[in-house]
Write a protein that binds this ligand. Structure first.
Ligand SMILES: Nc1ncnc2c1ncn2[C@@H]1O[C@H](COP(=O)(O)OP(=O)(O)OP(=O)(O)O)[C@@H](O)[C@H]1O
Ligand SMILES: [Mg+2]
Length: 316
């Protein structure tokens, strides 16, 4: 692992969004509903990682990707307010809105997600140049989330190679084809959840988690963590297998717990912590996110309290 003088972490969000949550008394199809409360946050998985890194106390965090139009302006303003350096490229059109309607009757959530703008070849070229520059001044680059229209399915593999060549270590957290193609570039860390893990291996993978982890490590991936929601996680790090167990919690909102897990792992990893300690810190951060209402939001006191309740054992 690279030991650079800088400890900057750059997160990449290629399809940044405004997450809007509408709290409505009742959501009925074909009827008018008046919202009681609306919350707007800068969203996209990489931005969740960036925000949580700052909350954990990591000082030097940069966020990059594409942010467009008025919505892009809102996103970059929020990023700066969170103490994150904003280095987004403007694409044509408007960054997407992701709407979530919370029904007051049962708390159920109904989402409507915009596709977001398609990026041009010229904008991608500008982004590549920026990423090379940011990677050279970062110890770690974290790629998260889906690819925008206009980018090829193997885009992550190319961007990972670019960041590596500039001297940064690389994490990748995405799904589907972007993940399958992205792992060809052998990112240092991947964190599929159960669905993503199944999609990653031929024929939906093996029902045996050990075998799945071993197979992926065998492909030259040094750190593979399969997160299992309330069941914690299992991991393969540098040839060894680990089981991570978490306490039963009164959860409020688990959306973004995976992103928070990634942030926790990154935080410990750039500080040179041992794998078991990185895993414990990651799980505490992921679980702390589940205790707050907002997506990608942790209280440091929750993280510290959870650390002693999480068990990390070598899985022999
Ligand atoms: N119900 C829960 N109770 C306690 N901890 C949880 C719960 N759900 C998630 N976590 C914590 O967060 C980690 C990641 O969760 P999960 O496997 O759901 O990620 P994910 O599906 O990638 O989430 P997302 O992509 O929405 O951020 C878990 O390993 C665990 O530490
Ligand atoms: Mg996830």
């Amino acid at each position: 692992m690279k030991r650079s003088t800088t400890n900057r972490i750059t997160t990449v969000t290629l399809n940044a969004a405004i997450d809007k949550t509408y709290y409505v008394p009742a959501l009925d199809k074909g009827k008018v509903t008046r919202a009681e409360k609306v919350l707007s946050t800068a969203g996209g998985k990489g931005l969740n990682v960036a925000r949580v890194l700052r909350q954990l106390g990591h000082a030097e965090v940069t966020a990059t990707g594409f942010a467009s139009g008025y919505n892009g302006q809102f996103i970059t303003n929020r990023v700066k307010e969170a103490g994150i350096r904003s280095e987004f490229i403007e694409a044509t059109g408007e960054s997407r809105l992701c709407l979530n309607f919370i029904d007051g009757r049962d708390g159920s959530s109904t989402e409507v997600l915009e596709p977001g703008p398609t990026v041009s070849g010229e904008q991608i070229a500008l982004f590549r140049d920026k990423l090379a520059r940011l990677s050279a001044e970062s110890s770690l680059v974290v790629f998260s989330g889906s690819l925008p229209g206009g980018m090829a399915a193997d885009a992550y593999a190319e961007l990972i190679a670019l960041s590596r060549a500039a001297g940064a270590d690389v994490f990748l957290d995405t799904s589907g084809e972007a993940l399958v193609r992205g792992i060809a570039a052998k990112p240092t860390f991947i964190k599929p959840n159960e669905d993503e893990l199944a999609a990653l291996l031929p024929e939906g993978g093996s029902s045996d988690l050990r075998e799945s982890l071993q197979k992926l490590m065998g492909q030259g991936l040094p750190i593979v963590v399969a997160t299992l929601g309330a069941q914690g996680a299992v991991a393969g790090v540098d040839g060894r297998l680990y089981r991570i167990r978490i306490p039963k919690l009164q959860v409020v909102n688990t959306v973004g717990s995976g992103d928070s897990f990634v942030a926790g792992y990154a935080f410990a990893h750039v500080r040179g912590e041992a794998p078991a300690d990185c895993l414990r810190y990651a799980a505490a951060t992921g679980s702390a996110n589940a205790l707050t209402q907002t997506t990608g939001d942790v209280n440091l006191s929750d993280v510290h309290k959870l650390l002693s309740d999480i068990s990390v054992e070598e899985w022999l």
